[in-house]
Design a protein around this ligand. Sequence first.
Ligand SMILES: CC(=O)SCCNC(=O)CCNC(=O)[C@H](O)C(C)(C)COP(=O)(O)OP(=O)(O)OC[C@H]1O[C@@H](n2cnc3c(N)ncnc32)[C@H](O)[C@@H]1OP(=O)(O)O
Ligand SMILES: O=C([O-])CC(=O)C(=O)O
Length: 371
Amino acid sequence: MTDIKKGLAGVVVDTTAISKVNPETNSLLYRGYPVQDLAAKCSFEEVAHLLWHGDLPDDRQLADFEQSERAQRHLDERVKRVIDELPREAHPMDLVRTAVSFIGAEDLTAADSSPEANLAKSLTLFAKLPAIVAYIQRRRHDLPLVEPRDDLGYSANFLHMSFGEVPDLTVVKAFDVSMTLYAEHSFNASTFTARVVTSTLSDLYSAVTAAIGALKGPLHGGANEAVMHVFDEIGTADKAEAWLDEALAAKRKIMGFGHRVYKNGDSRVPTMKAALDTLVAEYDRPDLLEMYETLAGAMDARKGIKPNLDYPSGPAYHLMGFDTQVFTPLFVASRVTGWTAHVMEQLSSNALIRPLSEYVGPDQRAVPDRE
Ligand SMILES: CC(=O)SCCNC(=O)CCNC(=O)[C@H](O)C(C)(C)COP(=O)(O)OP(=O)(O)OC[C@H]1O[C@@H](n2cnc3c(N)ncnc32)[C@H](O)[C@@H]1OP(=O)(O)O
Ligand SMILES: O=C([O-])CC(=O)C(=O)O
């Protein structure tokens, strides 16, 4: 029998210059820069520029970049109408996926996959996703669309469009940090999906639409939503240990824990946990922190399995005021930078991605004659 690497675990399928995930040193580099330092010192706009162009922008480049992003922030009436046609109860990930697909169908230059065209499309999606996600968040509460403000940075504007006001700087910074941390993570399932689609020479919108579908699952991005459901199911921290014992006995996967690559903790968690701590102080919610610590401690004690980025980001988005079902769309708004960087990298040295499988079905047999 062939040595099959189920789930492609441990298989290196290509090179990438975009990010380096190193489980040995528990580190993550974007284009050579430690992600913690980027989160501390740079805006998400700078990080997006870094991922797409390979380097941080100088002042002039940043000003140009910000200007192009701010000019495209509004929600197009037709995209709004498409969202409005869909049930209010539809999962926000399905709405975001449909909105991106619609934008792709409307763009008559979608098939132009030149580096310049793909860069322009990437920037368009980056600029428009906050409006889409913010509108979905508001529509769930029967609230009207909030127009973007072009005097605000990406994260402050995102929060303004979501809630109609700009929160304290601490909250804006925590949100911006989450965007930076979620932006890129080498060949994770959704990015690999984007690369598979791109490898057939399909267009960038199709790759991003497919990637959104892959991100939705609870074993990947959907876990940030699932963490909050777990917290709700447990109720209060004093019940966390008993809940965990029962869940593990029932062989349940505990959402927000474990990782395919990191086996000793996720490099991004300390930075996001620090951001969560600032939010807990800001909103005076020590109960949430107690739940976080108790469940994480119990999981470590019982299984030695550590939290991944979705574990601190779920409660952080909750404190900011987002509905639980809107957490994974926030991940989309960030990861679109990494996905599109990978689309462009894949095209720069493309090979159709088409692995082999070992057939284990019935041997060849004759189709019975039909009357
Ligand atoms: C941003 C992100 O996408 S990060 C990932 C977000 N996903 C989640 O948080 C979902 C919960 N986690 C998981 O399901 C897994 O840890 C994954 C899918 C992320 C990684 O899985 P894999 O690399 O395939 O590891 P695998 O599932 O084989 O786990 C190895 C062992 O640890 C156990 N394990 C791993 N994660 C968990 C978990 N969250 N809860 C309980 N047990 C777990 C498995 O049951 C398995 O045990 P076994 O050897 O006794 O069968
Ligand atoms: O790398 C992975 O498999 C999942 C992950 O953490 C991410 O995509 O951010």
